[in-house]
Structure formats: structure tokens, C-alpha cells
Write a protein that binds this ligand. Structure first.
Ligand SMILES: Nc1ncnc2c1ncn2[C@@H]1O[C@H](COP(=O)(O)OP(=O)(O)O)[C@@H](O)[C@H]1O
Ligand SMILES: [Mg+2]
Length: 307
């Protein structure tokens, strides 16, 4: 079985010489929510535009549902719903017509029932007769989502769906993305909000300066790369630790009030008990212990700042 999307050795250099994507290889799994996470200018929009046929590759191969995106441009476009990063629609068209128009564009018959359901789900029903120019930014974004879904795509792309939207729309959007996953839609979203990737995705790809630095199952990413630390608040400050503690990775912080122990991945607790016993023997007393697991955010910052 083909993956819904397969990308092999993709390169993109713009006419002005900017290298936007370099050696990108990626396979998207059927029905997953894949979050493409990266700072501004990383190449997220370029990658989406290329898959959707809105920009060309410099080299490489891409297929969507087993179809080459160049040779089968029209069929591929029909399989995809795209919510673009920038809002551009005909400002004098009504919400209803804007959404209906998309079906016609893909050669599909009218389906008023479906458009009605979409508009209701997106809280746009009351606004159906309004022209686009009269809508707020958040409402316009909702219309773009309805538009992307009007031709019942198998694959949905959302390019920074929640950039500049209010909290309420953000929650609605997340709910909607989850509900489409339940209906079997494969979703690729780009974001520079780490919490969004953490909240929604099954897998995360981190892109930086045109390179896909990492692709990983979200849960294993956090457990594999996330540092686990134990923070001990001491009863009285110390200025140094005896040499026998050199076998542990410990830092003294807050003028000697805190010991920060970074646990090795393999630690099942034995090292922790040993450390605590040794502290007791050395009469270094503590009043509080806390363990912390680093989040996707820490991992992201580490990976992106390293490059
Ligand atoms: N049409 C274009 N012509 C030249 N350079 C471009 C064009 N579009 C994007 N770029 C450049 O390509 C890089 C990636 O941009 P983009 O894909 O928009 O990043 P992101 O969506 O991750 O913020 C940036 O350096 C950007 O300036
Ligand atoms: Mg972008």
C-alpha cells in the first residue's frame, strides 16, 4: 500500500537563489495528524505549496495517493483540501457562494446539504448571506476551512491554522481537526506553536532552514529526547559536593540551595535511591524533591538552536 503522501529527495531553490528545501524525505501515514513544526522561514509553506501543486520542485519526487503530483496534477488537487496561510478570496462574494464555488471548481455536483452542515459546524450559518469583506479575520478563516472541506478531500492541509486567531476559534479548530481525523481524513498542519503540535498530532516533523531535522512519533519523541531531571531543595545551602558524587550528573544551583540531577535514560530508580542514600550518609539534607520531564518545547528549542 502506498502512503497517502510520499516525498523523495525534494529540493527547492527559488529563482532568487534562496534554498527553501533541501533533501526532504517524508512519508505521511494514512489517517494521521502530522504536525510540521518550525520557525518562520523554515520552509513549511513552500513544502505545502509544492505538494498542492502551487509551486514547482527543483528536483525530487512526490506522490499523493500513489499519483505523481506533476503527471496527475488535476486528480491530486481534487484529493486535497488546503487552508492557506494567507487569506485571499473574492471580497464581494457571499459566504455561501464562496464555499459552494469550490465544489464546482473540482467538477463536483452541487450539494447544499453538505455545505449547510459545514457552515453550521463552523458557526458560519448565520453569516451565510454576508459578503466576505464584512467578516472579521477569524470568520474569514472559518470560511477558508469550509472552502477546503467542501469537495470532501481525503487529505487536509492547514498552513498555520491558528496564527492570529482568538482562543475560542483555536479550540473550535482543534475540535474540528480531531473530528475530521475520526472520519479518516489525513491531516498535515504547520505551526510554530509547540503546544498545538503537542496537543493535536500523532507525529511531529521538525523543519529548520529547509531541512527536516527529525520525524518522530510524538510520544516517543518526548520520552526519547526529553530530559528527566530531579530537583532537590536543600535544607541548608552547600558550596560544593564531595568527589564521591562525581559519578552523578549534578549541578549546584541557586547559590547552593538546589541540586539538579539529570537522570540517565536507563535509570529505573536505582540511581536515584543510591544518590539519596549517599546524600544522607554525607548529611546533606533536603526538604523537597521534584522530578521534571522536559516538554516538546525544550526539545524543539534544543534542536532548532543547535543548527
Ligand atoms: N516566492 C518566493 N521567492 C523567493 N523566496 C521565497 C519565496 N517564498 C518563500 N521564500 C523563502 O523561502 C524560505 C521558506 O519560506 P516559507 O516556506 O514561507 O517558510 P515558513 O512557511 O516555514 O515560514 C524563506 O527564506 C522565504 O523567504
Ligand atoms: Mg509559512
Amino acid at each position: 500500500m502506498n502512503h497517502p503522501i510520499e516525498i523523495y529527495d525534494l529540493h527547492k531553490t527559488f529563482a532568487n537563489g534562496v534554498i527553501a528545501l533541501e533533501s526532504v524525505n517524508l512519508e505521511i501515514e494514512e489517517g494521521e495528524i502530522f504536525a510540521l513544526l518550525g520557525p518562520n522561514g523554515a520552509g513549511k509553506t513552500t513544502l505545502i505549496k509544492i505538494i498542492c501543486g502551487l509551486s514547482t520542485v527543483s528536483s525530487g519526487n512526490i506522490s499523493v495517493m500513489g499519483l505523481d503530483i506533476d503527471r496527475h496534477y488535476k486528480e491530486v488537487r481534487k484529493l486535497i483540501g488546503l487552508v492557506p496561510q494567507e487569506l485571499h478570496t473574492d471580497m464581494f462574494e457571499t459566504v455561501w457562494d464562496t464555499v459552494c464555488f469550490t465544489r464546482g471548481l473540482f467538477g463536483l455536483p452541487k450539494n447544499d446539504r453538505l455545505v449547510q452542515v459545514l457552515l453550521r459546524e463552523l458557526s458560519l450559518w448565520e453569516k451565510r448571506g454576508e459578503i466576505m469583506a464584512n467578516l472579521s479575520g477569524g470568520m474569514k478563516r472559518r470560511v477558508l476551512i469550509a472552502k477546503a472541506l467542501a469537495h470532501e478531500p481525503k487529505i487536509l492541509f492547514l498552513d498555520e491554522p491558528t496564527a492570529g486567531v482568538d482562543v475560542e476559534l483555536r479550540q473550535d479548530m482543534w475540535g474540528l481537526i480531531r473530528s475530521y481525523k475520526k472520519r479518516g481524513v489525513t491531516t498535515i498542519l504547520t505551526t510554530h506553536f509547540i503546544d498545538e503540535a503537542e496537543e493535536l498530532s500523532d507525529r511531529v516533523g521538525i523543519i529548520n532552514k529547509g531541512k527536516l531535522v527529525l520525524v518522530e512519533d510524538k510520544k516517543s519523541l518526548v520520552s526519547k529526547l526529553g530530559k528527566k531531571q530531579m530537583i532537590l531543595k536543600l535544607s541548608s545551602p552547600i558550596s560544593y559536593l564531595p568527589e564521591i558524587f562525581n559519578e552523578f550528573k549534578i549541578e549546584i544551583k541557586n547559590s547552593g540551595e538546589i541540586l539538579e540531577y539529570t537522570m540517565p535514560d536507563t535509570d529505573q530508580g536505582e540511581r536515584v535511591s543510591k544518590l539519596i542514600k549517599m546524600l544522607e550518609t554525607q548529611e546533606i539534607h533536603f526538604k523537597n524533591i521534584e522530578t521534571i520531564q522536559s516538554s516538546l518545547e525544550d526539545i524543539f528549542v534544543r534542536l532548532v538552536s543547535k543548527k
